[in-house]
Design a protein around this ligand. Structure first.
Ligand code: HEC
Length: 203
């Protein structure tokens, strides 16, 4: 018999008129079970959960509140960030989803760029370059990368050249762009970072 059935039966029998007043006639008399006495919902729940359950429920509620707080403050920090920190999981996570939304269609879900990026189109411009260690992007300073994303490639190109990298100034907040760069940089290998450190200082 399922425990529910047994409990239901107990309750039914417990509610029989006159049951509680019935003289005790040995083992057949059923005491009103504790859990069936009237009380508030939370009292009933508390009794049903038991001490251990109550502790776990309280721990769960506290855990949810702390997690919500951490997420709130992390989001605020990410939005306010004015640099890229590839070790910051919240920033990288935010950047990863924005990258998929705004950049992956050209630079590739794997950051490998468009095929034939080393060449140029007939009109003179070139396909999207890789943003991983295989393109020129890692050679640029954080500020230069940021400016290219914010203002697009054109302001940094010779006048005759048509640069197809769009500007995100009116689409994304600064914190969003830094988050995308943090994600991109989180994908750079140790080897790429080493090569970047070995670059001669920009003059
Ligand atoms: C419409 C296609 C397209 C989209 C979308 C796009 N890019 Fe680009 N991006 C390009 C092209 C093309 C270039 C190369 C421009 C050139 O060198 O002529 C480029 C260049 C860059 C560069 C310079 C890389 C280098 O090799 O020096 C960065 C950084 C960059 N993009 C970041 C991003 C980020 C971040 C996003 C998303 C917010 C993004 N791009 C979205 C097409 C795109």
């Amino acid at each position: 018999m399922s425990p529910f059935g047994r409990r239901g039966e107990t309750r039914r029998r417990g509610r029989l008129p006159g049951d509680r007043r019935a003289p005790r006639r040995g083992p057949l008399v059923i005491e009103q079970p504790e859990e069936n006495r009237p009380g508030t919902l939370s009292e009933g729940l508390g009794r049903r959960l038991g001490a251990k359950g109550r502790f776990l429920a309280a721990a769960l509620v506290i855990g949810i509140v702390i997690t919500a707080g951490v997420i709130y403050f992390e989001r605020r920090d990410v939005a306010a960030a004015r640099d890229a920190d590839p070790g910051n999981l919240a920033q990288v996570g935010h950047g990863a989803s924005l990258y998929r939304q705004h950049c992956a269609q050209c630079h590739g879900a794997d950051l490998a760029g468009q095929p034939g990026w080393q060449g140029t189109f007939a009109k003179g411009n070139r396909p999207a370059t890789p943003l991983d260690g295989s393109g020129p992007a890692w050679r640029r300073s954080d500020d230069d990368l940021f400016d290219i994303v914010k203002y697009g490639g054109q302001p940094f190109s010779p006048p005759h050249y048509r640069n197809r990298m769009p500007a995100y100034e009116h689409l994304l907040a600064d914190g969003d762009m830094w988050a995308i760069l943090a994600y991109v940089q989180s994908r750079w290998s140790a080897d790429t970072w080493q090569r970047r450190r070995d670059l001669p200082p920009a003059s």
